[in-house]
Structures are given as structure tokens and as C-alpha cells.
Design a protein around this ligand. Structure first.
Ligand code: YSA
Length: 332
């Protein structure tokens, strides 16, 4: 062994070191020279077999090279780790998940309801949330002093100056019945999903702001049998479970006869009220400019929130409006 071999290792290792650009490569370099089978380790190991004179010169040179290489490797390594994460772009790393919003459970349920009705031939219509008392009440056969106005606790709005109309936040989606009929001719079948407002105390099943879905089918010879067929088909698809139905006589000024529909899912064994409905009252047709002797129709109004509560077993309607993401993120 000659001193020149240590010098040669010094030269080649230093040259190699300058070209190293990352920690992985540096580690390979360390193993190559200083590892168990490394080039310099082999020189150091062979010292013991050399004559004393050679050992005296080669020994210190090899040891000093080892110390120097260890020092430089350390320096280089700290250089790499001091590069901030921001300076280094690793294109192979998986990207950060983009946070996207979730549809609200009521939006999901409303979409499901709309899709079922559309598949049954109903068109979807939108209406204003701020209404006049004419469309919300009068046109629906509920004149100003009629006690039935008390069925709907109303948020009245301040009257604009010189306005003859009284404005309110609609208490149901039914005002769209006359609004739609004024500008369309039968036969037609529509649904009106939308937000409604009632000035009443909240509890597990009542909110001051909730959603309804109105339905209206008008034509020659439309009957309660048509209503029954449509509604039972709707619920069969909506709950995707076998169910029993109960039709109870009820009163709404804008239908004759009026009824309420209860449903009992075979899996639940409990009757639940799901909607108000009936055959459109002749006075409502008259308010829209139709001849009630020529036409018949059925109408209904369902509570979207209540149906969502039943379908997804949500115990309190107020959860829908609490803005808690633990609820919303469960819906796609
Ligand atoms: C009836 C006959 C028709 O030909 C057309 C529509 C109707 C329904 C009528 N417009 C109406 O609003 N009836 S209702 O006062 O009984 O409300 C209908 C549904 O809305 C209820 O069955 C219930 O599911 C829901 N609802 C009522 N008040 C609520 C509510 N949901 C949440 N919070 C409230 N405060």
C-alpha cells in the first residue's frame, strides 16, 4: 500500500462529493467510502498488516482523510436539511386533497323528490318567497277575515308606500297554484319545491323556516284516483320500502274535498302524517280565470324537512339549520 493510494482516494472522493445534490446520494457516498466494506475502511483495516514504517505514514493520512470525509458529509447533510420545504418542489408527491363543499341534506332530499316527480311527467316550477296576501291567501279562497288565515302564522312585511298589496313571507308553496294557472293552460302537471316561513314556536318538528313541495295536476277528468296513483308511486320510490297509506278527510279552504295522507313503512310500524292535499276548489280555478265546470285537478303540499327526517332518521328538525358539518358531510 502506498501513500499515493490514500491521496488518490482523497482526490476522487472530494471530486465526487462536490457533485452530490441530495441526501440519498450522500448516503450512498458515505457507504462507498466509510461503510463496512468502504474504500477507506478497507485501507484502514489493512494497516495492521503493513510494516511499521509504512503504517507510520499511511496510518495518520488515512485517519485524517476519514475525519475530513466525516466532517464534510455532516456539513453537506446540514446544507440539504436547511433547504426549506418551500424551496423544494417534489412533483411526485400526492397533491393535497381539495376541500369541496357538501350538499345540504335538505338539498339532497329535494333533488331526490324532484327527480321522482320529473320521471312521472311533472315539470318543476319556481316561485317568489316574498308574496302578496292575494296569492298566499285570497286567491286560495281565504279572504282577509277568514278564520283559516290563522292556520298559517304569518310574517307580515312592512308595506311599501302607496302600495295596495300587502306583502308577507309565503307561509306555504300553494300561492304558486294561481300564479302558474294565470299564465298557463291545462292540461299540465307541476311541482313547486321551495322555502316557506311561519311565525311559530320551534320544537323538534317545527321550524320558522322550512321547505315544502307543492304539486298540481289539472286537466279534464283528473280525479282522486290519479292523485292516489301518483302519490303511492312517489312514496314507493322515495322510501324504497313497502308501505301502507291512509287518507283522512281534512280541511283546507283551497280544496274540496280536502285530505291528509299518512304513511306507515312496513319496517317502522308507525303512522306518520306526510302531506295535505285535495281536489282543487272551484273558487281557486275561478281566481285563475279557468272554468271550473270544464276542469278538475288535484293539489298537494308535502313538508320536505319532515320527509328528510323520516328517511334519514333525523330526530330534530333544528339540526338541519344548525350549520353543523358533522351532519352535512354525511350527505353526498
Ligand atoms: C294542502 C292542500 C293542497 O291542495 C295543497 C297544499 C296543501 C298544503 C298546505 N298548503 C299546507 O301548507 N299545509 S300544512 O300547513 O299542513 O303544511 C304542509 C306540510 O308542511 C305539513 O304536513 C308538514 O309536513 C310541513 N310543516 C308544516 N308546518 C311546519 C312543517 N314543517 C316544518 N316546520 C313547520 N313549522
Amino acid at each position: 500500500m502506498e501513500k499515493t493510494s490514500v491521496e488518490g482516494v482523497r482526490k476522487s472522493s472530494f471530486e465526487e462529493l462536490t457533485g452530490i445534490k441530495d441526501a440519498k446520494h450522500l448516503e450512498r457516498f458515505r457507504v462507498k467510502y466509510l461503510g463496512r466494506n468502504g474504500v477507506l475502511t478497507a485501507i484502514l483495516r489493512s494497516l495492521k498488516d503493513l510494516p511499521l514504517a509504512e503504517r507510520r505514514t499511511l496510518g495518520p493520512a488515512a485517519n485524517s482523510l476519514r475525519n475530513e470525509l466525516e466532517k464534510r458529509i455532516k456539513e453537506k447533510l446540514s446544507e440539504f436539511s436547511s433547504v426549506s420545504a418551500g424551496d423544494f418542489f417534489d412533483a411526485s408527491r400526492p397533491g393535497k386533497k381539495v376541500k369541496i363543499g357538501h350538499p345540504h341534506p335538505l338539498a339532497v332530499v329535494e333533488r331526490e323528490m324532484r327527480e321522482i316527480f320529473e320521471s312521472l311527467g311533472f315539470a318543476t316550477v319556481d316561485g317568489p318567497e316574498i308574496e302578496t296576501d292575494y296569492y298566499n291567501f285570497d286567491a286560495l279562497n281565504i279572504p282577509p277575515d277568514h278564520p283559516a288565515r290563522d292556520m298559517w302564522d304569518t310574517f307580515w312585511l312592512k308595506e311599501p308606500k302607496n302600495s295596495k298589496a300587502k306583502f308577507l313571507l309565503r307561509t306555504h308553496t300553494s300561492p304558486m297554484q294561481v300564479r302558474f294557472m294565470e299564465s298557463h293552460q291545462p292540461p299540465f302537471q307541476i311541482i313547486v319545491p321551495g322555502r316557506v316561513f311561519r311565525y311559530e314556536a320551534t320544537d323538534v318538528s317545527h321550524e320558522i323556516n322550512f321547505y315544502q313541495l307543492e304539486g298540481l295536476m289539472v286537466g279534464k277528468g283528473v280525479s282522486l284516483a290519479n292523485f292516489k296513483a301518483v302519490i303511492e308511486e312517489f312514496f314507493k320510490r322515495f322510501f324504497n320500502k313497502p308501505a301502507d297509506f291512509r287518507y283522512r278527510p281534512s280541511y283546507f279552504p283551497f280544496v274540496e274535498p280536502g285530505l291528509e295522507v299518512d304513511i306507515k313503512l312496513k319496517t317502522e310500524n308507525k303512522w306518520l302524517e306526510v302531506m295535505g292535499a285535495g281536489m282543487v276548489h272551484p273558487r281557486v280555478f275561478e281566481a285563475a280565470g279557468y272554468n271550473p265546470r270544464e276542469l278538475t285537478g288535484f293539489a298537494f303540499g308535502m313538508g320536505v324537512d319532515r320527509l328528510a327526517m323520516i328517511k334519514y332518521k333525523i330526530p330534530d328538525i333544528r339540526l338541519f339549520y344548525a350549520g353543523d358539518l358533522r351532519l352535512t358531510t354525511q350527505f353526498k
